[in-house]
Ligand binder design. Structure first.
Ligand SMILES: Nc1ncnc2c1ncn2[C@@H]1O[C@H](COP(=O)(O)OP(=O)(O)OP(=O)(O)O)[C@@H](O)[C@H]1O
Length: 949
C-alpha cells in the first residue's frame, strides 16, 4: 500500500518540477542556438511533436541517447526471440525512426568477434558519439529506455510529477518486501578485470565521453553560457548522491527520488537493503545507472571513489564528472551458463554487443524478454563456449563438468530432446510375491534404479513404500550379495520383517541383524546394521559389499560425523548403492552433497565447487559459508537426471490406499535387563496354575504395564528418529501415563513443539490444544492418550500416526487413526504401530488383527491389518504363548475389563527403578540434532520437492 505524500513532500516535488522545467527550457534554448549556428539537421522535431508536448512546455532537444530511445521504441514490440537491446552504435547518429528500424537487420549481420573481431575502441572511435561508444549492458538499457520514454510522456501531462512521485513510492515500498536476490553474481576475476582496465578500451572511452557528452568541458564557454549555467544549476540544486563500492557490487547513497527509483528498478541486478535503506547493484549495471542519472535533471551522482580515472577528470563545476560513465572494468562482461531444462541452458551474463551478435548466430537461440537472457539447446553448448572464448572482453563460464557428463547425451544429440523412456526391467529372477505386489509407481521406481545400474537416491515421500522397492532392486542384484543394509537403529527389526515378508525365498537364518558392537557385520547373506554400529564395525570389512542399502540416507548429511565417515568409503567401492530418504535435505542443499557423491562419486569431486554453485558460498572472515542456496532449478535437473527419483504422495495418490499401516518392530535390544526381568516375571505369573481369575487378571495387568515401561526407550528413540528424518507433524498415541510422561519429557528436553491431551485435560483445553496443533506450521508432535483423545478431535494437518502402545480394542485404535484420516485430509495417511517382541504386544497384535478380520467379515470394517502390515506371522505359536494369548482374549472380552484395565493403566507406578524413564535411553545412540533450531527453508525454495498435497 502506498503512503500518502505529506504537504511538505508535495511542495518539494512541485519545486523540483518547476526547476526541472526551467532547466529544460534553458537547455532547449541553448541547443536551438547551437543548431542555428551549426546548421545541424537531425530529424527529431517530428518525433517530438508526435509525442504531443503541450505548447506551453519547452521542447527537449534530442540528445544522442534519445535516438536510442526512439530506436528502442521501435523495437520493444518485436518478438521475444529478437534482440531488444540498443542498435549497433554505428547507427546512432543516423537513427531517425525509419533508419533505426533498419538497423536491427544490420546488427544481425555483425560477424562474431571470433571471426573478425575489432576492438570496440576502433569500431566506435570515428562514428559513434563517445558516451555511446561503450554500449551499456543491454538489458538495463532496455528498461532504462522504457523509463526514459515513460518520463517523456509523464511530462506531457498537466500534473506529471504528482503521479510519478506517488507511484514509484508505492512500488518501492512493495518492492522492499521482495528485494531481488543478488544470486548469481559472478565472482570477479582480478586477472580478467585487470585486462578489462587496459587503457586501450577504457581510456579511449572515457576521454571520448568527455568530448561528446555535452558537458561544459566540450563546449565553447562563450557560445553557450546557458548550458554551462544549466550544468552548474544541476550541481547546486539537484539531489546529490554517491556511489559506494561494496565488494563486487556498489551501493547508491541518496535521498528519495521517484525518477531515480524508477531507474533503479529497471536495472536487473538491483537489490534493496531495508536496513541501510540503500539500493545496490552489480558492477555490470554501473554504466547504465550513471547514464540514466546523468539524464535526470534532479539528480547528481558522484561516481565510485576508487575509480581513479574519474577522480582525475578535470571538471569546471566539480560535479559534472558524475555524468561520465566510468569504471573501466565495465567493458568486460563475465557470466556463466546455467541449465534451465533437460535440453536447454541459458547464458547468465551482462550485455555485450559482440556476445549478442554471437548469440544470434546460434541456431537454437531464444531470447526471454522477461529474464532478458538468451538460451540455447545443449547441443550448441560446446560450440558457443568455443566461440565466446575468442571474444577478448567476455568471459562466459561453461556448464560445470558434472553437468556436461550427466547430460552428455543431450550435448551430443542432434535430434530434438525427447523425455527419456525407462526400459522395463526383467524381474523374473526376483520372488514373484514381491514383484506382483509392486504398485505401478513402485515398479517404475525399480525400473529407474535398474536403468541407473543400481545406484540411486530413492527420495519418495513418506509411506510410499521405499522399503519394498529397495528390496526388489537389491534382489535384482542378488547374485552380487552379501547385502548390507544400514538403517536407524529403531527400525532394524522392521527391515528384517520386511525381508521375510517380501522374499520368501530368503530363509530367516540368512538374515543377520547386528545388535551389538561384538557382532559380525558379514555373518549373513543380508546384514542389517544401524548407522552407529556401522561406524564401530566397519573396520571388520575385509571384502567390500557390492550391494548396499542405506535407509534414511539423510543421516549421512554431515560429512564430519562418524556415521558418514564410516559409510562413504563403503558406498564408494560398492557396485550398487540404494539410498532411501523421504527428506534428503531438510535445511539446505549442502546436505545433499554426501548423498550425491554416495550415488555418483565422480560428481563434484570437491565440495567447494558444489558449494559455489548450489550453496551460494560466501567467503566470511572465518571461512566459507555454505549454508545458502543457489541455482536450485539446475540442481533439481541434475538430481533428476542422474541421481534421484522422487514422487510425492500427491503424484501417486490414486494408487495409494487411504491408510497405510506399518508394523514397526522396535528393537528388543533396547529393553533394559531390568525391564526384561520384570516382563518375564509378569508373563510367568500369568501362566502359573492354581490362580484365581482375579489373580490371573492382575498378572495380566502387570504384564501389560511392564510392557509399556519396557517399550519407553524404543518408543522415544523411534520418535526422535522420525523427527530427525524430517517428519514434521505427527500424532503419538499411548495408553499408560508413564509412556505419555516420558514422551512429553523428552520432547521438552529436545525443545520440540508439542501438545498433550490425556484424561486430565479439560474439554475446553482439548479444543484449544487441538487448534494449536492444527495451526503449527512446523515441527509439532501431539502426544495423545489412546482412550482420552481417540474421539471428537481433528488433527488433519498431520498425516502420520504412531501408536507407541497397542490396545486390545481395535475399534478404539481405528477411531484414534481417524483423528488424522478425516475430512480435510487430502493425503494418504501413514499409521505406524510400534510392536516389541517378548512383550504383551506378542498377544495384543495378533488379537487385534483377528478382531479386525472378524469385523471385516461381518462387513463392519473395511480395514484389513494383515494386508498392509509386515509380519502377520509374528505370533509365536508355542503352547505357553498360546495359553497367554487365550487368557488375553478371555480377559479382554469380559464385561468391565476395559474399565478395569484403563484404571490400572492410569494408576500404574513403575516403581523407583523407572522414575527417570528418559534416562533409560542410551544418549550416545540417540540423535543429537538441534531440533529447536531446525528450519525447512530449503524445501520451501525447492518447489517441486514440496508441492502441497
Ligand atoms: N506394494 C505394497 N504392497 C503392500 N504393502 C505395501 C506396499 N508398498 C508399501 N506397503 C506398505 O506400506 C507401508 C509403508 O511402506 P514403507 O515403510 O516402505 O514406506 P517408506 O516409503 O519407507 O516410508 P518412510 O519414509 O516413512 O519410511 C508398509 O507397511 C509397507 O509394507
Amino acid at each position: 500500500m502506498s503512503l500518502p505524500l505529506t504537504e511538505e513532500q508535495r511542495k518539494k516535488i512541485e519545486e523540483n518540477r518547476q526547476k526541472a522545467l526551467a532547466r529544460r527550457a534553458e537547455k532547449l534554448l541553448a541547443e536551438q542556438h547551437q543548431r542555428a549556428s551549426s546548421g545541424s539537421s537531425i530529424a527529431t522535431s517530428s518525433s517530438q511533436s508526435k509525442q504531443g508536448l503541450p505548447p506551453n512546455l519547452p521542447r527537449e532537444h534530442p540528445k544522442p541517447v534519445s535516438h536510442g530511445v526512439l530506436f528502442k521504441q521501435q523495437n520493444l514490440s518485436s518478438s521475444s526471440t529478437g534482440d531488444q537491446r540498443p542498435a549497433n552504435p554505428h547507427h546512432f547518429h543516423l537513427s531517425t525512426p525509419q533508419q533505426a528500424k533498419g538497423s536491427g537487420k544490420i546488427q544481425e549481420d555483425v560477424p562474431t568477434a571470433c571471426l573478425s573481431h575489432s576492438p570496440p575502441s576502433q569500431m566506435t572511435a570515428t562514428r559513434v558519439s563517445p558516451p555511446l561508444a561503450k554500449s551499456p549492458p543491454g538489458a538495463p538499457t532496455q528498461q532504462l529506455l522504457c523509463y526514459q520514454s515513460g518520463q517523456a510522456s509523464h511530462e506531457t501531462k498537466s500534473t506529471p510529477f504528482a503521479n510519478t512521485a506517488r507511484e514509484p513510492l508505492a512500488k518501492a515500498k512493495s518492492f522492499q518486501k521482495t528485494p531481488a536476490s543478488s544470486f548469481g553474481q559472478p565472482h570477479r576475476d582480478p586477472g580478467l578485470d585487470a585486462k578489462a582496465e587496459r587503457p586501450s578500451t577504457s581510456g579511449q572511452n572515457i576521454s571520448d565521453s568527455r568530448c561528446g557528452s555535452g558537458s561544459a568541458t566540450a563546449r565553447p564557454e562563450g557560445r553557450l553560457p546557458q548550458k554551462s549555467g544549466a550544468s552548474f544549476h544541476k550541481a547546486v540544486s539537484s539531489q546529490q548522491g554517491t556511489c559506494i563500492r561494496s565488494g563486487d557490487r556498489f551501493q547508491v547513497k541518496i535521498g528519495y527520488n521517484a525518477h531515480l527509483i524508477a531507474v533503479f528498478k529497471s536495472l536487473p541486478s538491483r537489490s534493496y537493503d531495508p536496513t541501510t535503506k540503500m539500493w545496490n547493484f552489480s558492477m555490470t549495471d554501473y554504466s547504465a545507472l550513471m547514464k540514466a542519472a546523468q539524464s535526470l535533471p534532479s539528480v547528481t551522482l558522484q561516481p565510485l571513489e576508487e575509480d581513479e580515472d574519474s577522480r582525475e577528470l578535470p571538471s569546471a563545476s566539480g560535479v559534472v564528472q558524475a555524468c561520465l560513465p566510468s569504471a573501466p572494468s565495465l567493458a568486460f562482461v563475465k557470466g556463466r551458463c546455467v541449465l534451465i531444462s533437460r535440453a536447454r541452458f541459458e547464458a547468465d551474463i551482462g550485455y555485450s554487443e559482440h556476445l549478442t551478435a554471437l548469440f544470434k548466430q546460434m541456431d537454437s537461440r531464444n531470447y526471454d524478454a522477461k529474464t532478458r537472457r538468451w538460451s540455447f539447446l545443449l547441443e550448441e553448448h560446446n560450440k558457443l563456449i568455443a566461440q565466446v572464448r575468442c571474444l577478448p572482453q567476455v568471459q562466459l563460464d561453461p556448464l560445470p563438468k558434472t553437468l556436461t557428463l550427466a547430460f552428455a547425451s543431450q550435448l551430443e544429440k542432434t535430434s530434438p530432446c525427447v523425455p527419456e523412456t525407462i526400459p522395463e526391467a526383467d524381474l523374473s529372477g526376483v520372488d514373484s510375491k514381491l514383484v506382483s505386489s509392486l504398485l505401478p509407481f513402485q515398479r517404475v521406481g525399480v525400473n529407474f534404479a535398474i536403468a541407473k545400474r543400481g545406484r540411486l537416491l530413492l527420495a519418495d515421500d513418506m509411506g510410499l513404500g521405499k522399503t519394498i522397492q529397495a528390496i526388489c532392486i537389491a534382489a535384482f542384484y542378488r547374485k552380487e550379495w552379501p547385502l548390507l543394509v544400514v538403517v536407524p537403529s529403531s527400525v532394524r527389526f522392521t527391515w528384517e520383517q520386511a525381508f521375510l515378508r517380501w522374499l520368501p525365498s530368503l530363509s530367516s537364518d540368512r538374515i543377520n541383524v547386528v545388535v551389538t558392537g561384538k557382532d559380525r557385520l558379514t555373518a549373513g547373506l543380508v546384514n542389517i546394521v544401524s548407522f552407529d554400529l556401522l561406524s564401530k564395525l566397519e573396520k571388520q570389512l575385509k571384502t567390500p559389499f557390492k550391494v548396499v542399502i542405506i535407509d534414511e540416507s539423510h543421516f549421512l548429511k554431515n560429512i564430519k560425523t562418524a556415521r558418514c565417515r564410516a559409510a562413504m568409503p563403503i558406498l564408494k567401492v560398492a557396485k550398487r548403492v540404494i539410498l532411501l530418504s523421504g527428506t534428503p535435505a531438510m535445511s539446505r542443499p549442502a546436505e545433499l552433497y554426501t548423498q550425491i557423491i554416495g550415488v555418483r562419486p565422480t560428481f563434484f569431486p570437491q565440495f567447494h565447487a558444489f558449494g559455489l554453485r548450489y550453496c551460494d558460498a560466501k567467503q566470511q572472515p572465518w571461512g566459507w559459508d555454505y549454508s545458502g542456496s543457489s541455482n536450485l532449478g539446475e540442481l533439481k535437473l541434475l538430481l533428476e537426471e542422474a541421481v534421484m527419483l522422487r514422487r510425492l504422495k500427491s503424484d501417486v495418490l490414486a494408487q495409494l490406499p487411504a491408510k497405510q499401516r506399518k508394523m514397526v518392530v522396535i528393537a528388543p535390544g533396547r529393553i533394559s535387563t531390568k525391564a526384561r526381568a520384570a516382563l518375564d516375571a509378569a508373563a510367568k505369573e500369568m501362566t502359573t496354575k492354581e490362580k484365581t481369575n482375579r489373580q490371573q487378571k492382575e498378572a495380566l495387568l502387570l504384564f501389560f504395564s511392564r510392557t509399556a515401561e519396557a517399550k519407553i526407550p524404543c518408543v522415544i528413540e523411534y520418535v526422535l528418529d522420525l523427527l530427525e528424518s524430517g517428519k514434521e507433524k505427527f500424532l503419538v498415541f499411548a495408553h499408560h501415563k508413564v509412556v505419555l510422561d516420558a514422551l512429553t519429557k523428552e520432547l521438552e528436553r529436545k525443545h520440540v513443539q508439542h501438545v498433550r491431551i490425556d484424561g486430565s485435560t479439560s474439554s475446553a483445553d482439548r479444543d484449544d490444544l487441538c487448534q494449536q496443533f492444527q495451526l503449527f506450521e512446523s515441527h509439532a508432535v501431539a502426544v495423545l492418550s489412546i482412550t482420552a483423545a481417540s474421539m471428537g478431535l481433528t488433527f488433519s494437518s498431520a498425516d502420520l500416526v504412531v501408536f507407541a502402545e497397542l490396545f486390545w480394542n481395535p475399534g478404539v485404535l481405528l477411531q484414534a487413526e481417524d483423528r488424522v484420516h478425516r475430512i480435510g485430509q487430502s493425503s494418504s495417511v501413514s499409521i505406524h504401530y510400534l510392536v516389541a517382541k517378548g512383550t504383551a504386544d506378542d498377544y495384543l497384535w495378533p488379537m487385534i488383527q483377528e478382531k479386525i478380520k472378524v469385523l471385516g467379515e461381518a462387513g463392519l470394517s473395511q480395514t484389513n491389518f494383515s494386508e498392509m502390515a509386515e509380519a502377520t506371522d509374528y505370533f509365536h505359536k508355542d503352547p505357553k504363548q498360546q495359553q497367554i494369548y487365550d487368557f488375553f482374549q478371555k480377559s479382554f472380552e469380559e464385561d468391565g475389563s476395559d474399565r478395569e484395565l484403563l484404571e490400572a493403566a492410569e494408576s500404574f507406578d513403575p516403581g523407583s527403578g523407572f522414575q527417570d524413564l528418559g534416562g533409560m535411553l542410551d544418549e550416545s545412540t540417540l540423535t543429537d540434532s538441534p531440533l529447536k533450531k531446525r528450519r525447512f527453508e530449503f524445501f520451501d525454495n525447492f518447489d517441486s520437492f514440496t508441492s502441497p498435497l
